[in-house]
Design a protein around this ligand. Structure first.
Ligand SMILES: [Zn+2]
Length: 356
């Protein structure tokens, strides 16, 4: 089923329909789930439904044509404030939340949602990349605290992040958490075509297979060089005698190729770590005698990883754990070169332990 162009989140739509019908809409929500599965699109569609001039909010069925619906779509609705991390920055800034130094509390999202609704029934604030609020000693998050403790009447705040654990406890405890599931492969393939992101249907199907349920990941793999490097990465992971020192150089230059800005490089490191996590998950399945899920490149790598693996499954689980740790280090802004060297070295060591 599809809700106004949003695929794969019917349970979330139904949940909101029930809350609104019972008039039990919380004032703060935290949307969590993998990047690139439609959380921000959903938040904006929800804003449209709540502010539509023609369709009552409990129907959750925005007309898409009234001035209000059009303004939400165009990003110009006076009652909707959206902030997200700017591409060149590591985190959401204090200025975005509470205005610049000389205009504190006279600009920014917190100020905007404290005002009386201008046109609609509510003020809606959307904070994308909410994971980054926890960085930088939570300075920006502190600015939000008062709003979370005493939400202005008629306000609705939606924070969007990848997991509950990545949020500050103060935010976590004050928000109702809504979990978004990864998209099905067929939905990713469909969206790539529908949104005209990938014209070639065969390529769309191939990218969907690599997506692990995220449209963003599918798009990352649209670059042939990224797909090519994935093959080398999986070969390193499954190699019986991986050469960590030799591989760290090409891996570092692959990460650097993502762009000059640190966020792009971090995104690429995260993509590699997610790929490794998927590899170890499948390796563990194979060691349990279960079928491997994935494309041919991954299946071949797992088959070669299993060969000669004669120790406990725990070793593979430890390698998976080590990749999760690498992601946490990436998010904590660790030095890239040190992180890569230590990570590859640990994975190679574990591979040698696992191999007989
Ligand atoms: Zn409308």
């Amino acid at each position: 089923m599809t809700w106004h162009g949003i695929h794969g989140h019917d349970d979330v739509v139904e949940g909101f329909r029930r809350r609104i019908a019972k008039r039990r809409l919380a004032s703060t929500f935290l949307f969590v789930g993998l990047p690139g599965i439609g959380k921000r699109t959903f938040a904006l569609k929800l804003a449209q439904a709540l502010l539509c001039e023609r369709s009552p909010e409990e129907r959750l069925d925005p007309c898409e044509t009234c001035p209000s619906c059009q303004q939400v779509l165009a990003g110009t609705h006076p009652d909707v404030a959206l902030v997200a991390r700017e591409k060149s920055r590591a985190r959401i800034t204090i200025e975005q939340l509470v205005g610049p130094d000389d205009r504190r509390m006279q600009e920014g999202l917190v100020h905007a949602i404290g005002l009386k609704p201008f046109a609609g029934r509510r003020k809606i604030g959307i904070i994308d990349d909410a994971d980054t609020l926890a960085h930088g000693q939570g300075e920006s998050a502190n600015c939000l605290l008062k709003t979370l403790e005493e939400p202005p009447p008629h306000s609705l705040l939606i924070l969007i992040g990848t997991s509950e654990q990545r949020q500050l406890p103060t935010i976590r405890s004050r928000a109702q958490v809504i979990r978004f599931q990864p998209l099905e492969e067929s939905i990713v393939a469909q969206l790539l075509g529908e949104l005209k992101l990938v014209e070639d249907a065969t390529l769309a199907a191939q990218l969907a297979e690599l997506s692990t349920g995220s449209l963003q990941t599918a798009l990352d793999f649209a670059d042939a060089e990224v797909r090519e490097f994935r093959g080398r990465w999986l070969k390193f992971l499954s190699d019986a005698q991986p050469e960590a020192t030799a591989f760290s150089k090409p891996l570092a230059s692959f990460v650097d190729d993502a762009g000059k800005d640190a966020p792009s490089r971090r995104a690429r490191l995260r993509l590699l770590a997610m790929g490794a996590i998927d590899y170890y998950r499948q390796l563990i399945r194979a060691l349990h005698g279960q079928d491997v899920e994935g494309d041919e490149v991954l299946r071949k790598a797992v088959a070669s990883g299993v060969r000669g693996w004669n120790l406990e499954i725990e070793v593979a689980a430890a390698a998976l754990e080590r990749c999760l740790e690498a992601i946490a280090q990436v998010d904590a802004n660790a030095n890239q070169a040190t992180l890569i060297d230590a990570w590859l070295d640990d994975l190679a060591q574990l591979r040698l332990v696992g191999h007989v």
